[in-house]
Design a protein around this ligand. Structure first.
Ligand code: ATP
Length: 371
């Protein structure tokens, strides 16, 4: 039986890396039935629709419960904050999983990073509740602050709210501990700034402590976000699973992608109760779009995460082994990884497909190894 998956080729380098990823995933021998749907800037240009995220995309993902998505561009100044954020909120994909692992052969400053970021996806400063400078709403907010606080807002301020809920915190921290357990990880670190944001981050931290008590077999650690950034740069190998709110998670994800060789190698999955959308950490990289030189690896590793989720463990391991070999050999890498002798997107994909065909490349090994 073929797995039915919603496929979103997206914008910029999206279509190129999607084609390469699909070819490689099909070469694993697992059967897929791709339901190709369009969203984002190219979709708007093609159809004249003013909505970059048509309902049909959400319906397709709800139906199939699985989606593989390339980066999508968001029109600037057209009322949409971000198609990606709207997708996550529309499907309640509350947990973003971003494994960051150094593969031998990928140029990186560090040799032994193997951590996983669990980012809350629906709350925090991404809630989209903002008040503009000089607006009527700001006057009401001014009055509210004057009534309930000893402080006052600056007269020329704009304000973005940071809602952090108890339920939202609990489900993301529980997700992190379950992820740790299911993937043979030993430690969860909760990242916060509760010393300053005593109520919002304070709530997140209190809930994290409560959930940690229920999982004594997993080590629990808490760390202030600024200290975490320094520790990540100084000794990234000391981290295992990290759980963070939405904004810290966004920033720290890019930092960690940098630790393991850059955005071109950082995969991700947005997980909800009813659906999972697999997507790379990087954006549409418009500067290199259409040139056939983008690295499809982050999207391919996202596809590898999908193979693992649907239980195709042998195919997943075989693919990861082939990726490791191609990276280690270093002869067919894209220019972001091999600036002097880089090959194109398709040649990199072909090298992985050819490597998977070798009889010596098996689907065995530790599955916990996989992204
Ligand atoms: P967006 O506006 O969609 O966020 P961006 O170019 O500002 O796009 P990213 O796409 O995240 O941001 O990438 C930043 C830079 O990293 C790109 O300009 C490109 O040089 C590099 N990059 C990102 N992804 C890849 C990739 N898959 N292959 C090669 N280079 C990449």
């Amino acid at each position: 039986m073929a797995y039915r998956v919603t496929l979103i080729p997206g914008d910029g380098i999206g279509p190129e890396i999607t084609d390469a990823t699909v070819r490689v995933l099909e070469a694993t021998g697992v059967a897929f039935e791709w339901e190709r749907v369009e969203a984002g800037l190219s979709y708007m240009e093609k159809t004249g629709d003013t909505n970059p995220l048509p309902d049909s995309v959400l319906e397709s993902i709800r139906r199939n419960k699985l989606a593989l998505k390339a980066p999508i561009g968001t029109p600037i100044g057209k009322g949409f904050r971000s198609v990606n954020v709207a997708l996550r909120q529309g499907l309640d994909l509350y947990a973003c999983v971003r494994p960051c692992k150094v593969y031998p052969g990928v140029p990186s400053r560090y040799a032994a990073v193997n951590l996983v970021i669990i980012r809350e996806n629906t709350e925090d400063l991404y809630a989209g509740i903002e008040f503009d400078k000089g607006s009527e709403a700001m006057k009401d907010l001014d009055a509210l602050v004057a009534k309930h606080s000893t402080k006052a807002l600056p007269k020329d301020a704009a304000v973005s709210l940071k809602p952090i809920s108890e339920a939202g915190s609990r489900r993301i921290v529980e997700f992190a501990f379950k992820y740790a357990k299911d993937n043979n990880r030993r430690k969860v670190t909760a990242i916060h700034k509760a010393n300053i944001m005593k109520f919002s981050d304070g709530l997140f931290l209190r809930v994290a402590r409560e959930v940690a008590e229920l999982h004594p077999e997993i080590e629990f650690e808490e760390m202030i976000v600024d200290a975490a950034c320094m520790n990540l740069v100084v000794r990234p190998e000391s981290f295992d699973v990290m759980v963070l709110g939405n904004l810290y998670g966004d920033i720290v994800s890019d930092l960690c992608a940098g630790l393991v060789g850059g955005l071109g190698v950082a995969p991700g999955a947005n997980v909800g109760t009813h659906a999972t959308v697999f997507e790379a950490t990087h954006g549409t990289a418009p500067m290199i779009a259409g040139k056939g030189i983008a690295n499809p690896l982050a999207m391919l590793l996202s596809g590898l995460m999908m193979l693992k989720q649907i239980g195709e463990d042998v195919a997943a391991k075989k693919l990861e082994n082939a990726i490791k070999i191609v990276l280690r050999e270093g002869k067919s890498l894209t220019a972001d990884l091999a600036p002097t002798n880089g090959v194109g997107t398709n040649a990199f994909a072909d090298a992985i497909i050819e490597t998977m065909k070798r009889r010596s490349v098996s689907g065995t090994g530790q599955l916990a190894d996989i992204v």
